[in-house]
Design a protein around this ligand. Structure first.
Ligand SMILES: Nc1nc2c(c(=O)[nH]1)N[C@H]1C(S)=C(S)[C@@H](COP(=O)(O)O)O[C@H]1N2
Ligand SMILES: [Mo]
Length: 518
């Protein structure tokens, strides 16, 4: 019972904290949500390459790892508070919670939650605890051989302002009937059920987004084919360090892009101010470093924005500056050597496929750097800091590549890897895309016999040098089993054949699978 009450208090604390977090705006770092902080700390641990690999080997790929991590965190958080509240009364439990939370939250958050837990626990105990000798005796008779050390001293359960004997309650000292107060029981049940419903509902909401979300650290199993042209926003791949409901919802009216650090004229720009830079529209492919060979974590879109170099010119970069540090509304950070940042292919974009960026994909402004994986390109940016020293980015600190330059890749989309369908004697094509960031694809080869023979595919010229290159090879199969694979070239650079996991530098190896034709 004590543990049930502690659990109720823990759930109430979590729900109230979450409401506070939402009301104060998830993009203000001032009021953090401790379970999320804990999640951040744990993913930092999971970013340790060996540990990451292990978790994914044990728990499978894709969404599994993230759900595992979040479930673990929830258990740790709710379980931890429940144990504290079950063993100690409010003041002590709150104090211990405060001290433990100092490990992963700022002191003022830890303090607030410590105090809140103290009061909530006392309140829940006062409301629901047995408050007469009879009830206490009842608790111990039901378990006579193991006196419960956490059962409060009967005298302390009688609280000021509460009547000890309510109508219908057994009189103190009377023999135990084993019948706890029905009202209290109902209240407990209702509160517990409500708490469970809220906790359950919350968790469901968190994962409603289904198989789409994955940390940069996640590996996803190959999915359906990619549309070869522009990826509709609704089908655009999505990866975030945040659980999707916690992605920052930036208020466009209040938003400012701050340029600070080693600049002559620090800037604070509104969305309207961005219009003064010359507009650039370009089709570009974006890929996640955790995309496995043949995986779905890459998309191709038409972006609209302006050149970072123009903004930096306006701010006037000082002599000693060597790095550009990105700041984002979700606390994500990344950095880029200044030399790369000044090249005129680095864009700040506010639109995708003719629409303003939506929340998921970075409203109001995100970074595009050709030749680098998505992790180098923050969304929801709020600041650009010029610095003499580098600051490793969010995923870099968690074991991922520092430069995150894209690997030369190619993939087969038709037939699909999952349930490949080809009919004997029917004239068809093997199709797919190849991509090498800012470098051109010059040749794509396809084998249908496990690599004994390679045929050159026809390339469909990409509309821009930063978009993927579609390719196709006519193929009229006869009945049988085919080991198909693809490999791409960029001038003298050949796609790596050696298979490597996505962590830490991005996956390599040929996309290959078996097609049975009948
Ligand atoms: N602020 C912020 N920017 C971010 C991330 C993030 O978690 N927070 N994730 C990065 C990663 S790992 C990738 S692959 C891309 C994904 O962008 P998309 O979901 O719009 O495709 O955003 C990048 N930018
Ligand atoms: Mo990513």
């Amino acid at each position: 019972m004590r543990f049930l009450r502690a659990w109720i208090a823990a759930v109430l604390l979590s729900v109230l904290g979450y409401l506070l977090f939402v009301v104060t705006g998830s993009d203000s770092g001032a009021v953090a949500y401790p379970p999320l902080r804990l999640f951040g700390e744990l993913t930092q641990l999971l970013g340790i390459p060996k540990l990451f690999q292990l978790v994914h080997q044990v728990f499978g790929l894709g969404q599994g790892g993230k759900i595992f991590a979040f479930t673990g965190v929830s258990l740790l958080w709710l379980g931890g508070l429940t144990v504290l509240g079950g063993l100690w009364r409010g003041q002590i439990a709150g104090l211990i919670a405060f001290v433990l939370m100092l490990i992963f939250t700022p002191w003022y958050v830890a303090l607030g939650y410590g105090i809140a837990f103290w009061f909530l626990l006392d309140a829940v105990n006062a409301l629901l605890a047995p408050r007469s000798r009879v009830a206490v005796a009842g608790a111990s008779t039901s378990n006579p051989s193991t006196p419960n050390p956490s059962t409060p001293n009967p005298s302390t359960t009688v609280r000021a302002g509460r009547t000890v004997t309510a109508p219908g309650q057994p009189v103190i000292g009377q023999p135990v009937t084993g019948q706890p107060d029905a009202t209290r029981r109902t209240t407990t049940a209702l509160l517990a059920a409500g708490g469970a419903a809220i906790a359950g509902g919350g968790l469901t909401a968190l994962f409603r987004s289904g198989g789409e979300t994955a940390p940069a650290a996640a590996v996803i199993t190959p999915g359906g084919p990619l549309p070869f042209g522009v990826t509709p926003v609704s089908q655009w791949y999505y990866v975030s360090k945040n659980l999707e409901p916690f992605d920052p919802k930036v208020d466009g009216a209040k938003w400012r892009l701050k340029v600070s650090g080693m600049v002559r004229t620090p800037q604070s720009l509104t969305l309207a101010d961005l219009k003064k830079f010359s507009p650039v529209t370009e089709e570009r492919t974006l890929a996640c470093i955790s995309n496995p060979v043949g995986g779905p974590l890459l998309s191709n879109g038409v972006w609209q924005g302006f050149r970072l170099s123009e903004l930096l010119k306006a701010a006037g970069v000082q002599g000693g500056a060597k790095y550009l540090i990105w700041e984002a509304a979700d606390g994500y950070t990344e950095s880029l050597p200044l030399g790369r940042a000044l090249e005129d292919d680095v864009l700040l974009v506010h639109s995708l496929n003719g629409q303003p960026l939506n929340v998921k994909h970075g409203f109001p402004l995100r970074v595009l750097i050709p030749g680098r994986y998505g992790m180098k390109q923050p969304r929801w940016i709020t600041g650009i800091k010029l610095s003499a020293t580098d600051e490793p980015g969010y995923w870099v600190k968690r074991g991922w590549s520092k430069a995150a330059e894209v690997e030369l890749l190619s993939r087969i989309d038709q037939p699909q890897e999952i349930s490949p369908l080809m009919k004997a004697g029917e004239a068809s094509f093997i199709r797919g895309i190849a991509f090498f960031g800012d470098q051109p694809i010059t040749k794509v080869e396809v084998t249908v016999d496990g690599g004994k023979n390679w045929k050159t595919a026809r390339l469909i010229a990409p509309r821009t040098k930063h978009a993927w290159t579609p390719w196709e090879l006519p193929f009229t199969p006869t009945a049988g089993s085919y080991q198909v694979a693809v490999r791409a070239f960029s001038g003298s650079v050949a796609q790596k054949e050696a298979e490597a996991d996505a962590l830490p530098e991005g996956a390599t190896g040929y996309h290959h699978f078996i097609v049975n034709v009948s």
